[in-house]
Design a protein around this ligand. Structure first.
Ligand code: IMP
Ligand code: MG
Length: 363
């Protein structure tokens, strides 16, 4: 990317605005930030997309921007299955991987995760970092959350930890002795000496679980949007691509009634192995809701759209979506893909940037 001349839009090249103290011949470079956002209720395959992008694009950093060990990202690396909860996917490719300030960190669970990765031969030394100002999940938070009967949380202490953060009674990562070797100042890292970095911001949970835009109170306690990624110390001008990830059908884990009574969804659950990667709970299933998805695409400024698990619909031999509050059926996967592409390309996503994934290990 070529450098952006300051004031180029306001003043045109060569002229200086009357009130501006910045010369037009001053160039600044900005970091390139690609963001991965789940457009549904989590579990849409963000881990796989992050892993794939790390393999194909040249990132200097990968950063998790929200949530904590409630997340479960399933990754196939060199043919082996991994489930990560807090550590960003960058470690699989030797990329600096940061747990950002928008996250809540469970130190014990993090150490255990690092040990598991090490034991499987994944290098973590000098690669796993925690923002000094990330918040900590304590034993008390987990104990409190274990009593949840209302919304069906993952019981990882997420709600109580974020509550204490905003009540200003929480603990920052920089106060925890065991985290000391991992601490990083993300201001210095991203806006210090170098500012031409390429960062992949990896989200957790999804738009339908977002604290502001999800179906409250059946939500998580963090910001799952592109805006949530920016809260980790980035600026809007740094955003390059926004990868919106959705499943070809919807799934949700939690207390609200989500799955319609139709045996087809049990079949989808079995074929799609729809059981929580963190808690093992069965995920409720439904057809993909195009209208809800459209809202998520618009509100996150999606530039690249990935639909995963179309192979599951192919296996059960049924292709349906919800649109305008009605269920619409298609004869085959191509008809469904055509309909979906036609619906989303007018929203500013080139049809070449709309992908339908049929495999566990790639887009
Ligand atoms: P919490 O984030 O553990 O507080 O859970 C709040 C809601 O979000 C519950 O319905 C959880 O099942 C759901 N949830 C949290 N994390 C994930 C995730 O990574 N995938 C899917 N659902 C999640
Ligand atoms: Mg998951």
């Amino acid at each position: 990317m070529s450098p952006i001349p300051i004031n180029s839009r306001e003043s045109g090249s060569g002229t200086v605005l009357a009130n501006s103290h910045v010369q037009t011949d001053t160039y600044i470079e900005v970091n390139k930030l690609d963001v991965i956002v789940d457009l549904q209720y989590g579990d849409s395959g963000k881990g796989k997309i992050a892993h794939f992008l790390c393999k194909t694009k040249k990132y200097t950093h990968v950063l998790r921007y929200n949530g904590g060990s409630n997340a479960g990202h399933t990754i196939f690396h060199n043919g082996k299955k991994f489930v990560t909860h807090q550590v960003p996917v960058g470690v699989f490719y030797g990329i600096k991987s940061i747990i950002g300030s928008g996250c809540v960190v469970d130190p014990e669970a993090l150490m255990a995760e690092i040990q598991t990765l090490k034991a499987a031969g994944i290098k973590t030394k000098g690669l796993v970092w925690v923002a000094r100002n990330a918040q900590v999940v304590t034993a008390a938070h987990k104990k409190e959350d274990s009593g949840d009967r209302k919304i069906g949380t993952t019981k990882r202490g997420i709600g109580p930890a974020y509550r204490d953060k905003y009540a200003r009674t929480g603990v920052r990562a920089e106060k925890i002795r065991s985290l000391r070797p991992y601490l990083i100042d993300t201001y210095k890292e991203f806006h210090g000496a170098r500012n031409n970095l390429a960062v992949l911001a990896e989200g957790a949970q999804g738009f339908g679980l977002d604290i502001d835009w999800g179906d409250y109170p059946f939500v998580t306690s963090s910001h799952c949007t592109v805006a949530g990624a920016l809260l980790n110390g980035f600026t809007p001008r740094e955003v390059r691509n926004v990868w919106g990830v959705a499943k070809a059908y919807e799934t949700y884990v939690g207390k609200k009634k989500f799955e319609p009574s139709d045996a087809i969804f049990k079949k989808i659950r079995e074929v799609g192995e729809e059981y929580g990667s963190t808690t093992g709970r069965p995920r409720q299933c439904n057809w993909m809701d195009i209208d809800i998805l459209e809202r998520a695409v618009k509100m996150n400024g999606v530039t690249h759209l990935v639909f995963s698990k179309i192979d599951v619909l192919n296996s059960v031999g049924v292709w349906k979506v919800r649109v305008d509050k009605k269920v619409r059926a298609f004869k085959n996967q191509n008809e469904m893909k055509k309909f979906v592409t036609k619906h989303f390309s007018p929203l500013g996503i080139a049809s070449k940037n709309i992908y339908f994934s049929e495999r566990k290990d790639r887009i």
